[in-house]
Design a protein around this ligand. Sequence first.
Ligand code: RIB
Length: 311
Amino acid sequence: MTATRPRIVIVGIYVADLLFKAPRMPIIGETLLGSHFAMGPGGKGSNQAVAAARAGAEVFFCTRLGNDAFAADAQKTWQQAGVTSRATLHDDLTTGAAHIFVEDDTGRNAIIVYAGAAAHMVPADLDAIEDDIAGAHIFVAQLEQPLDVAMHGLRLARKHGVTTIFNPAPAATLPDDIFPLCDWITPNETETSLLTGMPVTNLDQARAAADLLLAKGVKNVVITLGDQGSLLHTAEKSVHIAPFIAGKCIDTAGAGDGFTAGLATALAEGRPPEEALRFASALAGISVTRSGTAASMPDRAQIDTLLCTGP
Ligand code: RIB
């Protein structure tokens, strides 16, 4: 492991999460009584930044915010988690928000996200932090900000020999030239299906889809499989990692972000791939036992304790 704190640069969005719990989703034209509401920090990139910082990494987070109350919440969230902000404030734009539905009985979720100011990000936003990227162990991007920003970040990281992790969420079809820029890719089943055009409902199908992603140029494929754990698939090996059960699953929103952040932190520390996936699984396993997204991310001691005891 590296002696210094592992350094991670993440590009993505911050939004205010408006989380509603209910027995089921309403249908169009219907009003449903909910069982719980909470507002808190969200956005996949920001959630990853908070999770990685709590897990022990030195994190730089690049985004755009409006100059408003949600932006103030963002800055407070990053300050509390120890994330270094590389956000720019824009008077003419508003910070985004997400509607998160969480199903009472299962904790499963459905999300509408409006990226707001972060939807206006441009590749030059990353040129402005090229020195941070050059000095990082890991660079992470997702797809809530424009695709060309993610691709530019992956290219900049490549230019400086920095390991790249691409979390292709939300699901989208992508140009072929993004895949060779990915040292690691972390799609869930739905995202993998869309990227490959193949069904992914079991481990064998996940392996077949992962082969296609390797053929497209990705070096290491990690497919998250919900309560079935995750798959590490490379040219050399294919390993199923069991999930960590840390308690009753009450809210899966943000778990994928926690997983990618855990993987980034562990790889940045120099851990071998299977150990890094176990670290990521433990982080995500704890987050699903808590409500909220960024708010559900555990600290390092809690992750280490679970790693010692299970699964
Ligand atoms: O992955 C969960 C996140 O997706 C939420 O925090 C929401 O803001 C959406 O971006």
